[in-house]
Design a protein around this ligand. Structure first.
Ligand code: C2O
Ligand code: CU
Ligand code: CU
Length: 432
């Protein structure tokens, strides 16, 4: 924290190597190290500044995914940082406690920069969340779980096991940069912050012993109450906070068990796109004696619904089948939508294709008002910034662009399957 109370972080994008398997060095990129980046933590109301430097040999950017902030600070494709250059965005944290993340966003290169290892978590806390007494001891009972699929060959270069419609798929998982990980647990109650930081693969997280997944938060913060689910489906970019209760000495495996049905795919299409793949993700191993947990309040937060009667503008976004949105591929020089500041908007996102996408909007957290005209399921009832858009399905999203008008600098909306994004499945909106 500097003299005027700003919380200052430093991130240096750099190349290095990682030994995923003993004796095999892979070239990887990271922030302040050779893979991934530090977890940044800030409080609601705090002013933050991130001193970004680029020690790579090519330009990149750092985007704060899920963050409400001025467009110039957003780290999208217009905020390129040249090799050896620096960039210091600064903003005030003005949103509820949440699990956000950061990653590069250079137009046309996002998939490769993320696949090389550039990503990290950005956790926000607030007083209301603290008062709940949820597990909050970072790395002990409050644990980041960054899930990526990788194909690191013996020669050390990244190789995709498969390239289907979704993009490059690795045939092995790394969690927080580690293969076949486990977590020693000394607490009865553990909070996992799941982040799908994969470039293309979607997951259906479930417990190996069949216990329900206790979902407490989605992209933009806490749900009103925890939701027991058979599985939590996350497309690239999405996050979920879950609680798990451990018994002394117990072991339980977090898995991903995707099925064509969960992926919304025809079985033949699923086979080419990871839609029927299962993985062990992370094993939890409880100690013989566990610290008891406080009880979790039945109401976690209150989420005020937007009033649809206040919608000022309705926009339609049709996801194309060859990487366009509303018929156009991304053009850095074209602003597609102009939003009036401090108004409520309805974005109707339609996926008419036979394959899913992952629709993400910068700057805001939105609410899902309906899925094909029906009320959303409980896991979509909270704040979201990225949503798995199933084939032949229409989503009605409500969002308010509170402030930060800037006619000169657009924000992005795009498919978070990063290959699709790189191919042009992205558009720009300005808030004026
Ligand atoms: Cu996580 Cu525009 O990105
Ligand atoms: Cu984003
Ligand atoms: Cu897509």
């Amino acid at each position: 924290v500097d003299a005027d109370g700003t919380r200052v972080f430093a991130l240096d994008a750099q190349a290095g190597t990682t030994e995923f398997e003993p004796g095999v060095e892979s070239e990887t990129w990271g922030f302040n190290g050779s893979l991934l980046g530090p977890t940044l933590v800030a409080d609601r109301g705090e002013r933050v500044r991130v001193e970004v430097t680029n020690s790579l040999e090519e330009p990149t950017t750092v985007h704060w995914h899920g963050m409400h902030l001025p467009a110039e600070m957003d780290g999208g494709p217009h905020q390129m940082v040249a090799p050896d250059a620096a960039w210091s965005p600064e903003w005030e944290i003005d949103q509820p406690a949440a699990t956000l993340w950061y990653h590069p966003h250079p137009h046309g290169e996002t998939e490769s920069h993320v696949a090389m290892g550039l990503a990290g978590m950005f956790l926000l806390h607030d007083e209301q969340e603290r008062a709940l007494g949820l597990p909050a001891d970072y790395g002990v009972d409050d644990v980041p779980v960054i899930v990526q699929d990788s194909g690191f060959s013996a020669a050390g270069a990244r190789e995709d096991a498969q390239r289907g419609y979704a993009g490059g798929l690795g045939d092995e998982l790394v969690v927080n940069g580690t293969r076949r990980p486990h977590l020693e647990v000394a607490d009865e109650l553990v909070r996992l912050r799941l982040l799908n930081a994969s470039t293309a693969r979607s997951y259906a997280f479930a417990w190996g012993d069949g216990r329900p997944i206790e979902l407490i938060a989605t992209d933009g913060g806490l749900l009103e109450a925890s939701v027991p689910l058979e599985h939590v489906r996350l497309s690239p970019g999405e996050r979920a906070e879950v609680l798990v209760r451990m018994a002394p000495g117990e072991r339980v495996m977090l898995q991903s068990r995707m099925t064509p049905e969960i992926a919304g795919l025809e079985p033949a299409v699923a086979a080419m796109n990871g839609g029927s793949d299962s993985f062990d993700v992370l094993e939890l191993r409880a100690a013989d004696e566990l610290r008891p947990a406080a009880s979790v309040p039945s109401t976690l937060t209150e989420i005020q619904d937007f009033d649809p009667a206040e919608v000022v503008t309705t926009r339609h976004f049709e996801l194309g089948d060859s990487f366009e949105i509303n018929g156009d591929a991304m053009d850095m020089g074209r602003v597609d939508e102009t939003v009036t500041v401090d108004t409520l908007e309805r974005w109707v996102v339609e996926n008419p294709n036979a394959v899913p996408h992952s629709f993400h909007v910068h700057d805001v957290q939105f609410r899902v008002a309906s899925v094909d005209g029906e009320a959303p399921p409980p896991e979509l009832a909270g704040w979201k910034d990225t949503i798995f858009t199933e084939p032949e399905t229409e989503y009605e999203l409500l969002m308010r662009f509170d402030d930060y008008a800037d006619a000169d600098t657009p924000y992005m909306y795009h498919c978070h399957l990063l290959w699709h994004e790189d191919q042009g499945m992205m558009g720009q909106f300005a808030v004026v």
